[in-house]
Design a protein. Structure first.
Length: 424
């Protein structure tokens, strides 16, 4: 073999190696760009090995395809060049009706200007906002999030979130809010009517009633002997009815005042109120040979005149419903206690002043332990025990005015116990 032939062979090998090297460089560039998923190495006239590649964005593409939100790519002109299944299914359109269309074909006319502003910002950076899509006259509220893919790609990536459920929840909340506002308006109207009633009760109703009672007193003083026995009976029944009317008006006024008066709390020793009440009720206590036994008493932040009314009503109740032939004994004591607050926070204890008022009267059946606090509620007839059925309703309202509450326990014939809780 001569020297020139050897040189030519070497040049041919070099050329072959350069060609193969160029092919390898092209393959590597294609792999890096994600343009190749598999390649084969061919030996001498036969396939020796096949290599399968997962391109760099394969996992990303699978994620987007299965994504639970709409994902599309659009050109700077708004042309949709990619859509995942969620988006065209959200529009209830086939893939062919979406790909190649412009995003503006699906924007509701009311949202068009807003979307143009969002899109203009998204072409060069990021932007987001709420808009409405429109397909076949169906309006779909969505939240869009745009991200520019420049300079690598001259497209904009858009994620679309369906807001239908959110808007429905907002509509429900708005309805509840409107209902609440309507009820508040009704409450304001009711309070105004109550104030009007209070004025009528304290002036218009009491004035003619006072005249009836005045003339009845004059007849009783000067003309009663001129009446027949039947006339005297009718007259007495009229006087009793007028007195019951007077008591009812006064009780209704007392109940209405517990709702409307300004609440001014003062730190007060409860024993001072109890001692004052003993003096005020001295005649009633003496008439029934009754006693009030005072145990340990604490202090509390209360509205003094209201709390005095509360205890007065409870003491009067005990005297009214005492047993015949048994001297009434009313016991009162108070102490501080902690109670788990189930209304505000089930894990939080609150400190209360717990006032206990008990008696040895006729009591009531346990099934009425809540009903007795209802307005106009009476467990006995008018002929058995006088009253309007408002006293305990006032007691409950005053306890609530103190941000507290009251409960009652009893057994028929074994007296009653009232527990008042006032927060410290």
């Amino acid at each position: 073999m001569d020297k020139e032939q050897t040189i030519q062979q070497l040049l041919d090998k070099i050329k072959d190696l350069e060609s193969r090297l160029e092919e390898s460089d092209q393959l590597i560039d294609a792999i890096k760009a994600g343009e190749v998923d598999a390649f084969a190495i061919i030996g001498e006239n036969q396939l020796s090995e096949v290599y399968t590649l997962q391109s760099g964005d394969y996992a990303y593409r699978i994620l987007i395809e299965e994504f639970g939100e709409g994902a599309i790519n659009v050109t700077e002109d708004g042309l949709i060049v990619y859509t995942n299944p969620y988006f065209f299914q959200l529009l209830k359109l086939p893939y062919e009706k979406v790909i190649g269309s412009t995003i503006y074909d699906f924007i509701h006319e009311d949202s068009l200007e807003d979307f143009k502003q969002i899109f203009a910002a998204g072409i060069t950076g990021k932007a987001k906002g709420e808009i409405n899509l429109s397909v076949n006259n169906f309006i779909l509220p969505v939240y869009v999030s745009l991200t520019s893919l420049q300079p690598n790609l001259a497209t904009v990536s858009i994620l679309i979130s369906d807001l239908t459920d959110k808007k429905k929840n907002e509509e429900v909340l708005l309805k509840y809010q409107k209902d609440l506002e309507a009820k508040n308006s009704e409450l304001i109207k009711s309070n105004a009517e109550l104030a009007s009633f209070t004025y009528i009760a304290s002036h218009d109703l009491q004035e003619p009633l006072r005249k009836i009672q005045t003339f009845a007193s004059r007849i009783n003083e000067k003309e009663i002997n001129n009446l027949s026995d039947s006339g005297k009976e009718h007259f007495n029944r009229m006087q009793k009815a007028a007195n019951r009317m007077q008591t009812l008006i006064e009780d209704l006024l007392a109940y209405s005042r517990t709702n409307t008066v300004e609440r001014k709390f003062e730190h007060t020793e409860l024993i001072d109120i109890v001692e004052d009440l003993k003096l005020d009720l001295a005649e009633e206590l003496a008439a029934k040979n009754a006693t009030i036994e005072i145990g340990e008493m604490c202090s509390a932040d209360i509205i003094p005149f209201q709390f005095r009314q509360l205890l007065y009503n409870l003491f009067s109740n005990s005297l009214k419903f005492s047993k015949q032939g048994t001297a009434p004994v009313i016991k009162i004591s108070s102490r501080y206690t902690n109670i788990i607050d189930t209304k505000e926070n089930a894990d939080e204890e609150r400190r209360y002043c717990h006032i206990i008022v008990s008696d040895n009267g006729i009591g009531f059946e346990s099934q009425f332990s809540e009903k007795i606090f209802d307005l106009f509620q009476r467990l006995h007839g008018k002929t058995e025990y006088i009253g309007t059925g408002i006293g305990l309703a006032i007691v409950k309202k005053i306890a609530e005015n103190h941000n507290g509450f009251i409960t009652a326990t009893s057994e028929l014939g074994k007296g009653a116990t009232f527990n008042i809780y006032i927060p410290v």
